[in-house]
Ligand binder design. Structure first.
Ligand code: S3P
Length: 176
């Protein structure tokens, strides 16, 4: 681990539906850290749901809000941060996370993601006629950024609890 980094926190990145929020809660409990979710912080700040933000202000405004939230999180200590699936597409957000957090990417194939999200309606980017095609396309576009994480964890055929315990183990061995 780069000694220049001041790692106090743990950040979960990765595509929609990989389990960042549910696993994040378990990791936070296991480490005795607080849990925060960038989408929830945006919703609290703006007083609107994510679909409302997309619909009323548009995706670029949502991405700006993600940068603002990312800046505020840098001063936090002992938090597990679940990020929205597009959060790290902004290079500033990724660089900032890397300064204060161990960055862990949760991974799953497009087919598994599709099965997990197909009955959920709260993700504006997956509301078109071909959500599986859209998942494949976005994963192709985003894969290289997700792979900049410090640790990559495959979530397929693992329960959230198993994924969380792997992450806790990584954190404790890399950031003693
Ligand atoms: C997004 C992922 C969502 C949310 C927004 C955009 C994305 O969060 O931030 O709908 O661009 O991948 P989850 O990954 O928690 O679903």
């Amino acid at each position: 681990m780069d000694p220049q980094r001041q790692i106090h926190n743990l950040a979960l990145i990765g595509f929609m539906g990989v389990g960042k929020t549910s696993t994040g809660h378990l990791v936070a409990t296991g480490l005795g850290f607080e849990f925060v979710d960038t989408d929830a912080l945006i919703e609290e700040t703006v007083g609107k749901t994510i679909p409302q933000v997309f619909q009323e202000f548009g995706e670029p405004a949502f991405r700006d809000l993600e940068v603002q939230v990312g800046r505020l999180l840098e001063s936090r200590r002992r938090v597990v941060i679940a990020t929205g699936g597009g959060f790290v597409l902004n290079a500033e957000n990724m660089q900032r996370l890397k300064r204060h957090a161990l960055v862990v990417c949760l991974w799953a194939s497009p087919e598994v993601i599709f099965e997990r999200v197909r009955h959920q309606g709260h993700r504006p980017l997956l509301q078109g006629p071909d959500p599986l095609g859209q998942i494949r396309l976005l994963l192709l576009q985003r894969g290289a950024v997700y792979k900049q994480a410090d640790v990559l964890v495959n979530t397929e055929q693992r329960t959230n609890r198993e994924v969380a315990s792997k992450i806790i183990h990584h954190f404790q061995s890399l950031c003693p």
